[in-house]
Design a protein around this ligand. Structure first.
Ligand SMILES: Cc1ncc(COP(=O)(O)O)c(C=O)c1O
Length: 360
């Protein structure tokens, strides 16, 4: 069987060129006679892999010198705890809750200090991003927290909150490297890589120097202290070495594609193909508010649970995989990350049109 169009929300599609290169290097990485999987993380070849990966990521995102880049384990979920543990010097933080992931992060932060929900869109099943105008933050807050792209509900922030001098923390798991971002607007940017960058097991944290602090909450495990990992250059313990290698290959791929501005253009074009179809369809409709639509995750429904199930089942025979929606929205969800080719979105829309003709 050939490759399918994989619309999974994560772990998700990776560039075929990267997978082919990894396959070619599987038994003998760069003349070392071994796989990266078999290699000491203290070896010279691995040092070169992680250093090159960091340099390429810095170049892609134009990360200023006063930010540290960490390649960690524990998933984005571990950062839900690590962020308050490391940053809550005043034990106060303001959270904007725009979906399940920011809600989980907010609940976790409440374990460690006075986390406050300053705005929420739960009243309409997180189908929109809360209005930020007129929002005020606690002047003593250690940080303001957002999840910039909510994977489940398919929303993204159309603009960022103005937090003044309060550091803004963002979870970019499901939009990492999908478009350029101004790193200097944030105190901390983080995400799991298993959606847009690499295999599950690597979490990237980009943190401003002044937030890498010794005065963390006293019970913070050493492995979860940013100081520990910054001093050790992410090698405090065995890192997710093979995953970091794949991330490095994806960074090279992104550079060859022309960088993040080119990816953003491609992503806008792909998303428009799907949204334009949804907007004129009489059977399907997108569930997120138009102004807040994600370019990465596109949930949609027919309005009938039976038709949704039939769509998901029939999609398979058209080479369309993992299109079933998350249970909290229902229906379908197409995740169209960087590595999803335009032809995949076109194939999906062609199948939707055929399905609509037969079932509309
Ligand atoms: C936006 C967002 N944040 C956090 C998570 C949790 O990530 P992990 O499973 O790596 O802990 C996910 C998805 O899995 C996500 O989509």
């Amino acid at each position: 069987m050939g490759r399918v169009y994989n619309f999974s929300a994560g772990p998700a599609v990776l560039p075929e060129e990267v997978l082919r290169q990894a396959a070619a290097e599987m038994l003998d990485y760069n003349g070392t006679g071994m796989s990266v999987m078999e290699m000491s993380h203290r070896s010279a070849p691995f040092a070169s892999i992680i250093e090159t990966a960091e340099a390429d990521l810095r170049e892609l995102m134009a990360i200023p010198d006063n930010y540290q880049v960490l390649f960690l384990q524990g998933g984005a979920t571990q950062q839900f705890a690590a962020i308050p543990m490391n940053l809550m010097q005043n034990k106060k933080a303001d959270y904007i809750v725009s979906g399940s992931w920011s809600k989980k992060a907010f609940k976790e932060a409440q374990l460690y200090g006075e986390a406050r929900c300053v705005a929420s869109s739960e009243d309409e099943n997180f189908s929109y991003v809360p209005d930020l105008s007129g929002l005020t933050f606690d002047a003593d807050a250690d940080y303001v927290y957002i999840c910039q792209n909510e994977t489940i509900y398919g929303t993204r922030y159309p603009s960022l909150p103005d937090t003044g001098d309060i550091p803004l923390v963002t979870d970019v798991s499901s939009m990492f490297l999908s478009e350029p971002m101004d790193v200097s607007r944030f105190g901390l940017i983080y995400g799991g890589v298993q959606k847009n960058i690499g295999p599950a097991g690597v979490t990237i944290v980009i943190v401003r120097d002044d937030l890498v602090r010794e005065d963390v909450l006293p019970f913070t495990p050493s492995i979860m202290r940013y100081t520990t990992q910054v001093k050790a250059k992410s090698l405090s313990n065995t890192p997710p070495a093979y995953g970091i290698y794949i991330c490095g290959l994806v960074f090279k791929w992104l550079k060859e594609m022309g960088g993040l501005a080119v990816m953003a253009e491609r992503n806008r074009e792909k998303a428009a193909i799907l949204y334009d179809y949804l907007d004129q369809s009489e059977l399907f409709r997108g569930t997120a508010r138009k102004e807040d639509r994600s370019l990465m995750n596109v949930p949609f429904v027919t309005g009938s649970a039976e038709l949704d199930a039939l769509f998901v089942a029939e999609a398979k025979s058209h080479g369309i995989e993992s299109i079933k929606g998350h249970r909290s929205v229902g229906g379908m969800r197409a995740s169209i990350y960087n590595a999803m080719p335009k032809a995949g979105v076109e194939a999906l829309v062609a199948f939707m049109a055929e399905f609509e003709k037969n079932n509309g």
